[in-house]
Design a protein around this ligand. Structure first.
Ligand SMILES: Nc1ncnc2c1ncn2[C@@H]1O[C@H](COP(=O)(O)OP(=O)(O)O)[C@@H](O)[C@H]1O
Ligand SMILES: [Mg+2]
Length: 262
């Protein structure tokens, strides 16, 4: 039976889909069979982030409507054979989709995969509830900004009503130069406020901004930070990537100054 993990946040644009894709890629590279389900109906972009949009013929709605078999909507990644995705639909009308229908898809996937990752839409409305209903664990993504942390706090209070085995935190888009200059929200402060375990810290990285998906894990800092996060997820360890390290010490001060001028 697969671990079913919903990646959620409350606030949009904090990196749920990106984190979902990176965790999926890394787990698959390690040999686990991974299925990622895009549950952001109408604003779906998981296929694009993974460079798989041209391979999508059927989506989740087709499976639910009986237009295709589940297998036909499950697309294998060209370069990472253990990674499969099921895209969501571009249609904005999600009123026909129930949480039970999604759970039935997730239940079926759980029988043949090690991990089923659920890419959750922003907000705490129906789409969010549908995604959480099928999960037994949650990863809450925040960026080091007050608005994001406050939204995550609201999400956590709602998640408390669900019977989840674990709730973990990922802090995304952390800027090491700002940490070293004390110019960003302190990680310890975020953890103290949200009162959940930190699973990983992911740096802000131009490779993601440029959309070079497949290179994401080959960038030194992203590769290392995602490896540690996935190790923590799989083994229950708590090894956290230190985003500020390269901005400390003599060379660190020079790097910080260069970054400030860019
Ligand atoms: N660690 C990061 N470094 C740089 N850009 C990032 C990072 N994480 C996410 N992004 C960018 O932020 C934007 C929103 O990310 P996305 O994963 O779509 O968020 P969400 O799914 O929460 O709406 C995208 O343009 C993405 O490329
Ligand atoms: Mg998204």
């Amino acid at each position: 039976m697969a671990r079913r993990i919903v990646i959620t946040s409350g606030k949009g644009g904090v990196g749920k889909t990106t984190i979902c894709a990176m965790i999926g890629m890394k787990l698959a590279e390690l040999g686990f069979r991974v299925a990622i389900l895009d549950l952001d109906i109408g604003l779906n972009n998981l296929d694009v982030v993974l460079g798989m949009e041209k391979s999508i013929n059927y989506d989740l709605l087709d499976v639910i409507a009986g237009n295709c078999r589940l297998k036909q909507a499950l697309v294998q990644h060209e370069k990472i054979p253990n990674l499969y995705i099921m895209a969501s639909t571009n249609s904005y009308d999600d009123s026909q989709i129930t949480k039970e229908q999604i759970k039935s898809v997730v239940d079926t996937l759980s029988q043949t995969f090690d991990y089923v990752l659920l890419d959750c839409p922003a907000g705490v409305e129906d789409g969010f509830k549908r995604a959480v209903y099928s999960a037994n664990e949650a990863i809450v993504v925040v960026t080091p900004h007050i608005s994001s942390v406050r939204d995550a706090d609201k999400v956590l209070s709602i998640l408390a009503r669900y019977d989840l085995l674990s709730k973990n935190l990922v802090v995304n888009r952390v800027r090491g130069d700002l940490i070293a200059n004390y110019e960003t929200l302190d990680l310890e402060e975020i953890i103290r406020f949200l009162k959940i375990k930190l699973l990983g810290v992911i740096p802000d990285d131009d490779i993601i901004t440029k959309g070079e998906t497949l290179n994401m894990l080959h960038s030194e800092q992203l590769g290392r930070s995602v490896s540690l996060l996935v190790e923590n997820l799989h083994n229950g360890t708590r090894k956290i990537y230190d985003c500020g390290k390269k901005y400390r010490g003599f060379w660190g001060i020079i790097r910080r100054n260069i970054k400030k001028r860019i």
